[in-house]
Design a protein around this ligand. Structure first.
Ligand code: ACO
Length: 162
């Protein structure tokens, strides 16, 4: 099992994985327009952390790091249907936190969580209370009706992965 963090950098293998991830999002997030998913997953200002098993994508998280604001916005998060509730989602989030802190210098994540995924995000340390100063994120993340805004603080020192 492998966890990678990459963006659309033109490398063939990376393209194949990003397309696989896009397909998982399209299936698991049926309320999201497919063109919107493709656009963000392929957008070079977004990054994706993916779970790779035997060279196939099992799931991932696409996020946009706002490096100057030190927070990241999680756009999409999903694990393929037959691999859910096996712990991959938790390990994925831990790798995301580690990458975002160590590579992008981020201190927080924000996301609009689907109502049915709020329980998952709470287990990953997210809260519905937003502690981050509004002037650090207002105007950066797009308002989105179909979900609840949630926040997670990234611990500055904790080893999230082994
Ligand atoms: N509601 C409540 N609890 C959940 C949910 C849920 N929808 N999904 C998982 N959990 C719990 C698990 O029971 C587990 O609890 P435990 O640690 O007490 O056993 C814990 O959260 C972690 O479970 P994992 O096995 O690590 O999670 P999984 O690999 O299934 O990944 C995910 C979770 C990503 C939500 C997955 O189920 C999925 O792809 N769901 C469909 C798509 C989706 O809803 N994505 C999020 C949309 S919001 C957004 O993208 C910004």
């Amino acid at each position: 099992l492998n966890f990678v963090c990459l963006s659309n950098d033109g490398v063939d293998d990376h393209m194949v994985w990003l397309i696989g991830l896009k397909n998982i999002f399209a299936r698991q997030l049926p309320n999201m327009p497919k063109e919107y998913i493709v656009r963000l997953v392929m957008d070079r200002s977004h990054k994706s952390v993916m779970v790779i098993r035997r060279n196939h994508v099992v799931g991932g998280i696409t996020y946009r790091p706002y490096v100057n604001q030190k927070f990241g916005e999680i756009a999409f998060c999903a694990i393929t249907a037959d691999e859910q509730v096996k712990g991959y989602g938790t390990r994925l989030m831990n790798h995301l936190k580690q990458f975002a802190r160590d590579e992008d210098g981020l201190t927080h994540f924000l996301t609009y969580a689907d109502n049915n995924a709020v329980g998952y995000f709470i287990k990953q340390g997210f809260t519905k209370e937003i502690h981050l100063d509004k002037d650090r994120w207002q105007g950066y993340i797009k308002d989105y009706d179909g979900g609840v805004l949630m926040e997670c603080k990234i611990d500055p020192k904790l080893p999230y992965t082994d």
